[in-house]
Design a binder for this molecule. Structure first.
Ligand SMILES: [Zn+2]
Length: 290
């Protein structure tokens, strides 16, 4: 028996698996206190607290659509060395929490990693008997070809980053070697009503998923933005990024798409209520924590 969905999107059902959370400060997003105050009413209490902080949540989405089960962004994973101590050698009951939703890893039909940073593809694999083996043995893993090539050290101009050391080898290649990966282009239909679209910038091959079920639409936007203030001012960067201009342009496009389709915008890292909605308001946009 599966648990009650956290959200119904038309006929589709959404469930959530949390791996961990880290307290953060909005000062890492913007130092503009006037700007923060102007947005406090819709950000509070989920996306801003009284001390101008918020929790970055590391979570996966389990989407049930058209009778198929899709996992989006399988977090960091256990047993992996990491340069940042809060991610180093995690030993967290992610699989137990996953199974508590009523879905077992064997039930998953598709795994979609919006990109190949450690916190979006870790549980692609698990360490078993000294080997990295696919966690979702019956799934097709959907990897954007551009992203796959971005992390291949043989690609000309390859640039690694310290926080992603070894991720490609532990969480991506073993899936390829098991024959479970499909390298997909800039627009890929997964199922009727579910399409993966290029959303580059945060990483060169970053992608997002668009869902349409009945009248309801949603964008699973990964790390197109981290904090919703970046939707209000798309030029705000958060953390490291492959291509700042492309990331800004992609955020702008997401805001327009979200406004024009009344879509739920469902990113990777937001705490409760987890989602944002946007509508056109005169020449600008108005946002709400959905
Ligand atoms: Zn992330």
């Amino acid at each position: 028996m599966s648990t009650t969905p956290v959200l119904r999107l038309g006929n589709a059902e959404l469930r959530r698996v949390e791996e961990m959370r880290l307290p953060s400060q909005l000062a890492h997003v913007t130092q503009d206190l006037e700007f923060i105050e102007a947005n406090r009413s819709w950000l509070s209490p989920g996306y801003i607290n009284d001390a101008n902080g918020w929790d970055i949540v590391f979570q996966s989405w389990i989407l049930n659509h058209e009778g198929r089960t899709v996992v989006i962004d399988p977090c960091t994973g256990n047993n992996r060395p990491h340069c940042q101590p809060w991610f180093d050698n995690l030993d967290l009951p992610y699989i137990e929490r996953f199974s508590a939703t009523g879905y077992r890893p064997e039930d998953v039909d598709f795994v979609f990693c919006t990109h190949m940073h450690h916190d979006h593809c870790g549980w692609n694999t698990q360490l078993r008997g000294g080997k990295w083996l696919p966690t979702f043995p019956n799934a097709r893993y959907l990897f954007a070809r551009r992203e796959f090539e971005r992390w291949d050290s043989l690609t000309p101009g390859f640039r690694n980053v310290d926080y992603n050391e070894g991720v490609y080898e532990r969480s991506v290649l073993p899936v390829m070697q098991a024959g479970l990966a499909d390298l997909i282009g800039d627009s890929h239909k997964v199922l009727d009503g579910l399409t993966i679209l290029a959303a580059p910038g945060h990483t060169l091959g970053h992608a997002m998923a668009h869902l349409q079920s009945g009248e309801t639409q949603a964008y699973f936007s990964g790390d197109v933005f981290h904090h919703p203030l970046q939707l209000v001012r798309p030029e705000i960067q958060f953390g490291d990024c492959d291509d700042v201009d492309a990331a800004t342009a992609t955020r702008r496009r997401l805001v327009e798409l979200g406004a024009d389709s009344q879509a739920w915008i469902i990113p990777a890292h937001l705490p409760t209520p987890h989602y944002v909605k946007v509508r056109r308001d005169g020449v600008g946009f108005a946002f709400s924590a959905a």
